[in-house]
Design a protein around this ligand. Structure first.
Ligand code: ATP
Length: 595
């Protein structure tokens, strides 16, 4: 499915489609759902018994004005009402527990799935829209799969039980009510179509509003510094206005629905009383019977209306379900290998990287990489340079498998990256992105993020010395316990960079891929870092470093210069380590660099 598809273009899913897809997630909670339905059914039976007792009271105690006849039925009535209340409570609790667990499972599944997508897939989308799908649309899907299903089944059962009971009181009156039912259904059918269209507009307007808010708030510094508040205000006013209009239309429609239904109900009630009076006169019905019948009618209307609105709810929530399914159907950019390669892997011996004829396409734009072939020796310190947009980051991202090349392949220790379990590959290859990602946690949590075990303060201090973070860490009153704020805003740009670098240095693994790690570092710290990387390389790690600082390249074993997605030049420096290179690849025909 196209990732930039707007919600308006998504086909709404029908209730059976949603149900079939999400029903497996109710596993383990189906007993609770059945229990809830049973409780609601018994509560309906208890209510029906109560109504029968009402008829007995009217025709006995009230008609004969005899208190003796009152206590018995009244006591039983109070008892069954209590039982009905307990059963309704039980039913609601069981429904809520099944529903909440379903929502939690669905949210977790969606979140997990989103984290398998290529980061750029998520970057292309408005974050507000994605969040609203994970938070709000999951609730709607829950309704279609759990709460709504129990409610609908409960309504059918209530209609049957109250209907049969009412029929027993007077089949003639029951027929009158039955004749009115299609009117309610037709009315609701007409409302369904209109509500669906309006709910679509509301959803779209809601998405636009959250996106606009997200844009202006995440760029708030720029908005203020560039005097753009009026423009942002106007933007918000426009989208907020669209949401207001859509919501008002929806409210108007919902407000018509109540009185219309009430009208139909009153007409039904009046018809019942009118015919009932005639029946009482002919002796076909008692006063108690008529009262019981009208009571059944009041109990019958809510489930009948609920069933009439089923289509409307399903249509509204079908839209949400489509939005969620669209996310869930996005394919991860990279897949686990179908067969795990069990050959032993000794990364520190042979963490050599071979890039064979690699091309990375970008639809409608020039290739991000074109037929790139390279060999990087184990234990080498390699610097990748080139102008902006040359493809350096793309090359680095291939090594950590954020995507696979469209043509060609990348081998680590003689094995295609696609043959490694992703977890193993990412344990071996540590990537430091250009942007220093931060969580709103403490420095310690940020630094040890992604390190399988707590490395301990000693190891953190050593890594912080290598990255140049130690200096500022020592000056912080709370040290590693300092909170870094949203996106690390409580730190300077250079400090964030160093924290991210410390995090990368702490991770074990045979390949270190650093995308412009010296940005934001002063020359002395940058030199120190290169010294550390040199040591890591000498220990056998393969280190790739993207840099625009040509002065640093003299410390490298190999310099790769990219330009326009192609390798312009690779230079092996004379004193580079001479680790023997196994013959893993044949020269690539047409490859644009020597191996
Ligand atoms: N998410 C993306 N979708 C489509 N094209 C992209 C995407 N990211 C980058 N590109 C394009 O791929 C090409 C290579 O980008 P890349 O980020 O690899 O360059 P770079 O050499 O790392 O640049 P810089 O030095 O500025 O970081 C550029 O032309 C860029 O516009």
């Amino acid at each position: 499915m196209a990732s930039d598809e707007s919600p308006e273009e998504l086909p709404r899913l029908s209730w059976p489609q949603v149900f079939r897809r999400f029903w497996p997630l109710t596993e383990g909670r189906r007993l609770a759902m059945a229990g809830a339905l049973l409780a609601f059914t018994l509560a309906v039976v208890a209510d029906a018994i109560g109504i029968e007792l009402l008829a007995d009271l009217i025709d006995g105690a009230v008609e004969d004005a005899d208190l003796e006849q009152f206590w018995g039925p009244a006591g039983i009535w109070a008892g069954v009402t209590l039982v009905a209340a307990v059963l309704t409570y039980l039913g609601s609790v069981l429904t809520a527990s099944a529903a909440e667990r379903f929502s939690r499972r669905l949210r977790a599944q969606t979140h997990d799935h989103l984290l398998t997508l290529a980061p750029e897939e998520l970057d292309r989308r408005a974050l507000g829209d994605v969040l609203s799908r994970v938070v709000d649309d999951t609730e709607d899907v829950e309704h279609l799969t759990v709460t709504g299903v129990i409610d609908a089944a409960g309504s059918v059962i209530a209609v049957v039980i109250f209907g049969v009971a009412a029929w027993r009181q007077s089949w003639m009156l029951a027929l009158v009510v039955l004749a009115a039912a299609p009117v309610v259904w037709l009315l609701n059918g007409w409302l369904t179509g209109r509500t669906h269209r309006l709910s679509m507009s509301t959803r779209v307007a809601h998405g636009e509003l959250t996106s606009a808010l997200e844009q202006s708030l995440t760029n708030s510094a720029l908005v203020q510094a560039y005097n753009a508040r009026p423009a942002e205000r106007r933007r918000l006013a426009t989208v907020s206005g669209r949401l207001m209009t859509a919501r008002l239309r929806q409210t108007r429609l919902a407000s018509v629905q109540g009185p219309l239904t009430e009208l139909v109900e009153t007409a039904g009630l009046l018809a019942v009383i009118g015919i009932g009076v005639v029946d009482i006169a002919t002796g076909d019905l008692t006063v108690g019977g008529l009262l019981a019948f009208t009571a059944y009618l009041t109990f019958l209307y809510p489930p009948i209306t609920a069933l009439g609105q089923l289509g409307l709810t399903a249509s509204q929530f079908g839209t949400s379900a489509a939005r969620l399914v669209e996310l869930l159907e996005l394919r991860p950019a990279v897949l686990e290998p179908p067969v795990v390669d069990l050959r032993p892997y000794d990364p520190l011996q042979r963490a050599d990287l071979v890039i064979q004829g690699v091309t990375v396409c970008s639809p409608g734009r020039p290739n991000r990489l074109s037929n790139v072939s390279l060999r990087i020796r184990p234990g080498a310190l390699v610097m990748v340079t080139g102008p902006s947009g040359a493809g350096k980051s793309t090359l680095m991202e291939l090594l950590v498998r954020f995507r696979d090349p469209d043509h060609g392949r990348v081998l680590l220790a003689g094995r295609d990256l696609r043959d490694y379990p992703l977890h193993e590959l990412r344990r071996q290859v540590t990537w430091l992105p250009q942007e220093p990602f931060m969580f709103d946690e403490t420095l310690r949590e940020n630094i040890t993020y992604g390190t399988p075990e707590d490395p301990g303060t000693g190891a953190i201090t050593l890594a912080a010395q290598d990255s140049g973070a130690a200096e500022f860490l020592e000056r912080l009153p709370n040290g590693l316990a300092t909170q870094v704020g949203q996106r690390g805003r409580a730190l300077s740009g250079g400090q964030r960079q160093r924290v991210a670098l410390t995090r990368a240095l702490l991770r074990q693994g045979s390949v270190l891929v650093l995308d412009e790690p010296t940005t934001g570092l002063d020359p002395r710290t940058a030199q120190n870092l290169i010294g550390t990387l040199r040591e890591l390389a000498d220990e056998g790690r393969t280190v790739l470093l993207v840099t625009h600082d040509l002065a640093l390249t003299r410390h490298a074993d190999q310099v790769i210069e990219l330009s326009g997605g192609r390798v312009r030049r690779t230079t092996l420096l004379p004193d580079s380590p001479t680790v023997p290179i196994p013959q893993l690849v044949q020269p690539v025909p047409g490859g644009n660099a020597s191996l």
